[in-house]
Ligand binder design. Sequence first.
Ligand code: PLP
Length: 389
Amino acid sequence: MTGEISQLGRGLRTGLDTDPRYSSIVPPIYPGTNFAFTELGEAPQYEYSRSGNPTRDLLSEAIVTLEGGVRGVVTSSGLSALTTVFMAMVRQGGRIVAPHDCYGGTWRLLSHLSDRGIFTVDYVDQTDADALATSLRSPADLLLIETPSNPLLRVVDLETTVAMARDAGVLTLADNTFCSPVRQRPIEYGCELVVHSTTKFINGHSDVVGGAIVASTAEAGEQLTHWANVLGLTGGAFDAWLALRGLRTLDARVRVHDANAADLLPTLVAHPAVQRVHYPGLPDHPGHQIAARQQSSFGSMISFELAGGEAAVRAFCRGLRVFDLAESLGGVESLVAHPASMTHAAMTPETQLRAGITPALLRLSVGIEPAGDLLADLIDGLERAAAAT
Ligand SMILES: *Cc1c(COP(=O)(O)O)cnc(C)c1O
């Protein structure tokens, strides 16, 4: 079809060439909080920026296009996106089925809200179809899916999982933060809702905290837009403008992220200081076939366990020159995190062990720096870890 711009191209180009006043190629930013009525009773398209803002709507439109959804909501963080979904879509006293190894902040949010009696939560290993089927036998309002999961990169089969939820009459929500819509689009597998922490790959430059929800129906989109305003969880215009700028390079960044991750893997797999590597691109990873089917690439998040335990972890982290020891992921800068003491510290030790998070586990978010620099830094770190073992 000549003349048609692809879905990816349309998403990445959202809002370009739309400035009627000066023909600026990039859209202007509207940081204003309020908009004038033309007359008494004649409301403008936007009234007040908590309920609606043109810059925020452009970011929403871009993410909706990339995910293949119908309507979106841009929120102040990934967690406020999840909060909005939980409050809008789960009945008082309802039930949520969540991954046993979900993102630590999501686990804390779910456990605090369930402690308040707002709903109950059942944590299930969703790679175990029997466990999931058992959980879905009890009435539930929402199934939260994270694939690949954080930090162990377990892969959940979207097609079969969504089908099980649909048979049980349960709404599905995929947290697609780890893949971003250029690697995986859960709505294509029948998922009703998608959330993002735009803090990660979508913005990609570690300078905005933000979130987004994508709905696959207009009704759900309407309901979520209403609730984000009611709860006051919508995002700011400057943040939306920055995230939209970041999003324009998402596809290009992800290709370099993935190539760099592939360059580090042989060393990680072969090095004697490494006990185990968790990466869906490895043929012996239990979710390899599923990831190959539902993702367009295996991603740039790699977790591994060091043979020398905590002493080796300390030695690895001390002296890194390119990788920063930091939380978060998906930015252009390479990071290493220690899930047990950092990203997943909010989990109880028992929950950590159940999720497979040991003190020897490290998680890499591979950035887009020169691949040789990353490899040299990794090798030096592994040598230090070996010497400390
Ligand atoms: C970071 C993250 C979140 C939370 O997003 P914030 O923007 O930090 O609130 C939720 N889910 C996943 C998978 C994440 O990585």
